[in-house]
Design a protein around this ligand. Structure first.
Ligand code: COA
Length: 461
């Protein structure tokens, strides 16, 4: 070892020793027995005893319908997702029928409450295009100088950094909320692609491509245009990505990231802090990060199962996953389960149909079949392993990663695309919270501490 390497190694091991010492100290006095949650009637995860969510607010933005109550019990139904009352399946169908990009009109619908007419939509596309540019040297100063392996981290940091470029960042008046929301919605796709290019250059030692967005392109087209070295894509590819953006644009006030943005907004904090908090929430593998985890899980299944056509083998592997003996050992089958949906997640149904169409006859069809088996077999495995009365169905993340793979979008962009798509939803919730919430969100925690006497330094053991 050269001297500087040996100094670094010795510093690392001394830090490890220090951390071990601190962790041991923590373990001596800290433990919460899970039984206490029931004992004190804690609504763990803000869920009622029957698994329904605690009602924490009112919203006009979106409705997620996943069950009906029948004689006090949850009865499963097919899920329905509506943006401002419009069924998302109808929104998608309308765009397919007219061969029109839908994400911009979904943004308008979410922010303002009605579908835009042709003139409104055209004006909105121009407004978004005019707001897309990043501040001068943003890419060089904010991304290139401190790159990160994780694109969600770069997204969250970029959102916070945009605060510094806003002449009036703390203003919470309605016009300011609108100005900041439109600017973030327009810039998020650009930041996402720039973050990916920077990561490629800094960590993968690959070339970086910086293609300016085109004002005549939709957001979906611009993502593919700026992502690909040759800027080339087909209309079908852009339409499929657009469908994914529409399907991920919003999911109710109680979803973890929207609620995170509402919590921060309710304290009177600024737009950039609220949206960065939402990005941080979405990054988690139980939330938006699940789409990347599904692809990782698919890899584990492909490696661990000899015959992927055998339901028995896949089933056995799922048992090991749920027991935490395989995969990332979290015990989760990613892409399965949802806090509200029981029988089906309408976004997964739509994505699956389109993924199947695109995968048919390609090498990816095999991976599609494995995920289909995961969807079919997980409820039985879950029932046997966990019991209880939870209904488990495929969620949007089960098939989205595969769709992105078919679009040649790198796996590390799966969750950032979700964040880009969800920004309008977060902004709509933030606006609602600031305008109508009127209370700081402040639930209670039952304290389990016992009194301890203050001891002077000399008295401490
Ligand atoms: N795989 C394995 N176990 C699961 C599971 C899954 N996909 N989904 C739920 N469970 C388990 C929970 O871990 C919990 O187990 P425990 O009682 O032993 O702690 C039990 O089922 C009850 O879960 P519950 O708390 O009612 O579920 P939830 O409504 O809080 O969970 C999700 C919703 C989405 C967070 C959960 O289903 C999950 O983690 N899914 C995998 C990640 C994922 O795909 N997320 C994307 C969501 S769009």
């Amino acid at each position: 070892m050269v001297p500087s390497e040996s100094a670094a190694a010795s510093r690392t091991s001394s830090i490890q020793r220090d951390i071990q010492f601190l962790c041991d100290e923590f373990r001596k006095y800290n433990h919460i027995n899970p039984a206490n949650y029931e004992r004190y009637g804690v609504k763990r995860g803000l869920r009622n005893q029957d698994g329904t969510g605690v009602v924490a607010g009112l919203t006009q933005v979106c409705n997620v319908h996943g069950y009906v109550m029948d004689e006090g019990e949850k009865a499963p139904v097919d899920g329905v997702l509506t943006y401002r009352g419009v069924n998302v399946a109808d929104l998608i169908e309308g765009c397919v029928r007219d061969d029109r990009f839908g994400f911009e009109e979904a943004i308008w619908l979410l922010l303002f409450g009605r579908l835009p007419n042709r003139q409104q939509l055209e004006a909105f596309m121009e407004i978004l295009a005019a707001q897309r540019d990043l501040p001068p040297y943003f890419l060089e100063d904010m991304l290139l100088k401190v790159p990160s392996r994780n694109l969600m981290n770069m997204l969250a940091r970029s959102v916070l950094e945009l605060y510094a470029y806003d002449p009036n960042p703390d203003a919470n008046g309605f016009e300011d909320l609108m100005r900041q929301s439109i600017s973030l919605i327009a810039r998020m796709p650009v930041i996402m692609v720039a973050a990916y290019q920077v990561k490629r250059r800094a960590f993968d030692k690959e070339s970086m491509y910086v293609h300016d967005p085109r004002s005549d392109y939709s957001i979906a087209e611009n993502i593919l245009h700026s992502l690909r070295p040759d800027k080339q894509f087909t209309h079908e590819e852009a339409r499929l990505l657009d469908m994914c953006l529409v399907l991920h644009a919003e999911h109710g006030g109680g979803n973890n990231s929207a609620f995170a943005s509402r919590v921060v907004s309710s304290s009177g904090s600024d737009t950039y802090s609220a949206i960065a908090a939402a990005v941080g929430s979405l990054k988690g593998p139980r939330h938006g990060g699940a789409n990347a985890k599904v692809m990782e899980m698919l890899g584990y299944i492909e490696e661990g199962v000899q015959n992927p056509d055998s339901d028995t083998e896949i089933r056995d592997f799922l048992v090991k996953l749920i027991r935490g003996e395989e995969g990332d050992r979290s015990g989760l089958i990613y892409g399965m389960g949802h806090a509200v949906y029981t029988k089906s997640d309408p976004r997964a149904v739509i994505l699956k149909k389109n993924a199947l169409k695109m995968a048919a006859g390609t090498p990816i069809e095999r991976e599609f079949q494995i995920l289909d088996a995961v969807e079919r077999l997980t409820p039985g495995v879950f029932d046997e392993e966990k019991g209880g009365n939870k209904f488990i169905c495929a969620n949007v993340d089960l098939y989205s990663g595969l769709v992105y793979k078919m679009l040649h979008i790198p796996a590390e962009m799966n969750t950032p695309i979700f964040a880009t798509a969800r920004t309008p939803g977060w902004c709509a919730h933030r606006i609602e919270e600031v305008l109508y919430g009127g209370r700081i969100i402040r639930p209670a925690y039952k304290s389990l501490t016992r009194d301890q006497k203050y001891l002077s330094m000399e008295e401490r053991p």
